[in-house]
Design a protein around this ligand. Sequence first.
Ligand code: FAD
Length: 231
Amino acid sequence: MNPTSTPSHQPPRTWEAVVLEKHTLSSTGFALSFERKGLQFEAGQLVNVNLPGHPPTDERSYTICSGTGDPYLQILFRYMPEGSLTPDLSRLTAGDRIIVTGPMGEFTIRDRTRPCIFVATGTGIAPARAYLRSQAVDQLTLVHGVRKAEDLFYRDEFSTGSYISCVSSEPGGDLQGRVTDWLAGFSLPDRATYHLCGANEMIYEVRDSLLSRGVAQDAIVTEAYYYRSDD
Ligand SMILES: Cc1cc2nc3c(=O)[nH]c(=O)nc-3n(C[C@H](O)[C@H](O)[C@H](O)COP(=O)(O)OP(=O)(O)OC[C@H]3O[C@@H](n4cnc5c(N)ncnc54)[C@H](O)[C@@H]3O)c2cc1C
């Protein structure tokens, strides 16, 4: 289930990292900063994470949401009450240890001169934050869809650029609705690439809509995190 390929010049390795800080971002959203141990990666790549004492099958993938220039690594995750890993991840505190394998993944910027339209649901915003902090692309437009406004993670960091928040179940965003509602009224720029990340239903819906509007298949890159449609 977890990705094993990497375009990076550095092959994946496994290390035990000390947790530096756990950040509470909302009632179910957390970020975890931990030791980088010299890891080189490209913005958009991920690490697999597990905890000492958990079986290997509990290892889960998380996009690195810190920048390539940051001295630590950070991941963003949502606490899933029935999940195997996130309940214990959310209980970590500074000084605890986690098992990290990386870098992996190919959800990276291929041509920084092409405008990047990034459409995310929920924690799918993580790679966009890595692009932003790493200055990986010249022009980034982020469309972030969430159910509750409290889950507009890193909102302040994005608000200086092109940022559209879509909150589906309450007021509090630029639009009350879903990312697909916003995209329907958006005129697609020339030469743009589309990065879609988060719930797989959103990814299919947005990809089909873009293809029907004439966007080339190779201008759309996707990273599915989970199978839910209520963001
Ligand atoms: C390539 C890749 C990258 C990923 N990057 C991230 C990331 O940066 N941040 C992140 O939070 N998750 C990410 N995920 C999902 C992550 O790997 C775990 O599945 C998630 O954290 C839940 O783990 P768990 O063991 O607690 O629950 P699981 O037993 O894995 O899942 C329990 C339920 O939660 C749903 N679910 C899983 N993840 C989410 C989510 N983020 N939001 C809402 N529902 C979810 C699942 O569909 C399932 O129904 C990524 C997944 C993949 C495949």
